[in-house]
Design a protein. Sequence first.
Length: 351
Amino acid sequence: MRHPMRLDFTSDNITGACPEILAALARANEGAVGSYGSDPYTTALERLAEAIFEHPVTILPVATGTAANALALSALAGPFEAIYCQAAAHVITDECGAPEFYTAGAKLIGLPSRDGRLQPEQIAEAVAFARSMGIHHVRPAVACVSQATEWGTIYAPDALAALAAQAHGLGLKVHMDGARFANAVARLGCTPAEASWRAGVDILSLGATKNGALAAEAVVAFDASLAEQLAYRRKRGGHLWSKMRFLSAQLSAYWTDDLWLRNARHSNAMADRLAAGLASIPGARFVQPVEANELFIVLPEAVTARLREKGFRFYDWPSPQGESAAVVRLVTSYDMSASDVDGFLAAASGA
């Protein structure tokens, strides 16, 4: 049976879990297994993670992106240290102070960027200033990037590698908020390794919830020296599930048979379809390139009013640097259909 046309384009968090994830949860629900990660599902996930990333890794499943980001950053930065991120980064605008709390007081410093991507010279300038101030300023510790960024843009592996090389050369570690890591990898057509540790990422917050999981994220550390402290930090922070199998089963299913990339390719394709249709509307103008599954666009006021009158939902968004017109954000998802997109376009065009 065909579901009603989707009217909600606010987020990819609005979706349900995909059938493969639900089936994996049902299988994991059978019988009794060890607790706190001492179960065959978590063991299998650890092996799978190393195959996916072509590298020894420490993987710690958690239930939320906030937990993944905060725990990852807490392993890299201390209470008098600096975490440099883009000014609109989720870790600085949407985590309710969790990174500061879990690091016992590290300072997040937002650096301006019109398209969401940090540049190597920004890191160099920020670190130079901090070191010129000596003990009066927080000590540089981490460069934090989002992939895809909060403006829907993507770091190409060579650009990420240049940024990471700058950070490492200055003694910083590199954290990646990968809430939409799958969308980026699918668009780039590269391997997960090329989009992470081979480009210089030390620790990754891997997202799955936005891309088909029920509730599953993970901290993926490529530096073995972080393993023990991460385990203790997760426990102390209240994110060690006793029934870990239900997180691990989701993540294993997510990676099996390329489910994560199939889902991401579809949501990216729906974004492309939506972008192509909106580009033909007089007065419409994109303020960022469409590279993942988020669109940031200026639409005529009459168009946004008409869409809302018809029940469509989307967010008004703060304009980027140098942009004075009102911007809206539209998000596509793994379970959005072409007819959902076409219905939005029909309403937008007044058809």
